[in-house]
Design a protein around this ligand. Structure first.
Ligand SMILES: O=C(CO)[C@@H](O)[C@H](O)[C@H](O)[C@H](O)COP(=O)(O)O
Ligand SMILES: [Zn+2]
Length: 200
């Protein structure tokens, strides 16, 4: 590839990311608004938010929870949340004793109560440990907000009427992850708007 080819190749990433954000905005603004209401109702009723994912989505899950427990853009009370992909002792113990597919399920069963919300992140919708976390959340009478892409994969089949599916209309993991971080920041902003008012 020549330097000029590389430059236009790099530019195409911006174009594709912009197109994906625009398509996502059309499809996801309404379910995203519903997701803000679901999260706010849970937090306002002493519920908590659990979040999980693998790889880049693990980073997204802990980024999101850090903004709940810490803060987003404005000072406010700390909000209850736990990222299930951060405790290496739990993940290695459960992974070693029960298998990698159980690492999130076991924590949802340990921590989850009716009224809590699970934010489950998988770009393919097919990661077995994330799928099993959703089944565990349902066992605990929790609602699920699933962030996926690629049509939603097997996770789309697992979701019920009280769950919310935010499926990015793209097939490449990186593009889907880029929109996921916009979705998670928008959720933080929506929660803060309900708590503090919508003027910065
Ligand atoms: O960040 C990336 C790719 O951009 C990778 O680390 C990626 O998250 C990993 O391959 C994950 O295991 C993919 O899992 P999933 O999104 O399909 O559930
Ligand atoms: Zn990545």
């Amino acid at each position: 590839m020549t330097i000029m080819d590389m430059t236009s190749h790099m530019a195409s990433h911006f174009d594709d990311a912009i197109d994906t954000l625009k398509a996502s905005s059309k499809e996801l603004a309404q379910p995203l608004s519903d997701a803000v209401d679901l999260l706010f109702a849970s937090l306002a009723n002493d519920g908590k938010i659990l979040a999980c994912g693998n790889g880049g989505s693990a980073a997204d899950a802990q980024h999101f929870i850090a903004e709940l427990v810490g803060r987003f853009e404005r000072d406010r009370l700390p909000l209850a949340g736990v990222a299930l992909n951060t405790d290496t002792s739990i993940m290695t113990a459960v992974g070693n004793d029960y298998g990698f597919d159980a690492i999130f399920e076991r924590q949802v069963l340990a921590l989850g109560h009716a009224g809590d919300v699970l934010v489950a992140i998988s770009t393919s919708g097919n990661s077995p440990n994330v799928m099993r976390s959703i089944e565990a959340a349902h066992d605990r009478d929790m609602s699920v907000i699933a962030l996926t892409g690629k049509g939603g994969g097997s996770i789309a089949e697992l979701l019920g009427d009280t769950d919310i599916h935010l499926c990015v209309p793209h097939d490449r993991t990186m593009r889907i992850q880029e929109v996921h971080i916009v979705l998670l920041h928008a959720l933080c902003d929506g929660i803060d708007a309900l708590l503090l008012g919508d003027t910065l």
